[in-house]
Design a protein around this ligand. Sequence first.
Ligand code: SF4
Length: 205
Amino acid sequence: MLVLNFYPEIQEKLTPERELFLINPLPRGITNGIAFSFVDLYPPLFVMLKALTPKHYGFREFNQIPWHNLYYRKDKLVAITCLTSSSAEAYKIAKEFRKQGSKVIMVGPYVTYLPDEALEYCDSVVIGEAEGVWREVIRDYEKGALKQKYMGEAKPEDYKAVHQELLNSLPEVIKNFLETTRSCKFNCYFCTIPSICGGRLIKKT
Ligand code: SF4
C-alpha cells in the first residue's frame, strides 16, 4: 500500500473520510540512517494510538522510512513521535503538514521534555503517557478545538484497550513487545525514563 502514497488522487478515493497519519521519522545523517535500517522495531505508540482512536478512522503508517514530499496531505490528523536524533526531521515534517492544512500532534519523551519548543512546529503536544489523553485529543480535534498541551494519567481500561489491539496485531508487531511495567522507581540522573510517568512505577496486569 506504500506505493499508493505516490498516487494521492487514487489513494484519497480509497480511504475513509477521517485518517490518522502515524509517523516515526528516520533520524537524519548517513550513520543514523544505516544504523536504524538494521533496527526493525514497530513503535509502541502506533499500537497505542490505533487502540484508542475511533473505528471510523483509517490509518497510514510511516515507520522510519525515507521521507518523500508526496506523503504530505491536507485535512488529516497527524501524530508524530521522535527521539532526540530524529527531532529535526520530525519538526520539518510537522511544519509542512501544518502548512498543508493538517493538524499535528507530537507525542513521546523528547517533546515531553521540550513541549514549548515542539509547539513552534505542531498544534498540540502530549506530555507524558498518551493513553490517558488520546481520546480527549480526538474529541477536541473533531470539535476543532485542540488544546496546546495534553497531560493526564492513563486508566486501567486504556491499557486494556492497548493490550487488545496488540493481541489483534500481526506477529511482526507482537514480537517486539513485552511490557510488564512502565517507568522506573530509581532516578538515575542521566536517564529520561522515570520522569515520563512522574516517577511512578506502573505495573501492567
Ligand atoms: S537508568 Fe533509568 S531505567 Fe535504568 S535504573 Fe536508572 S532510572 Fe531506571
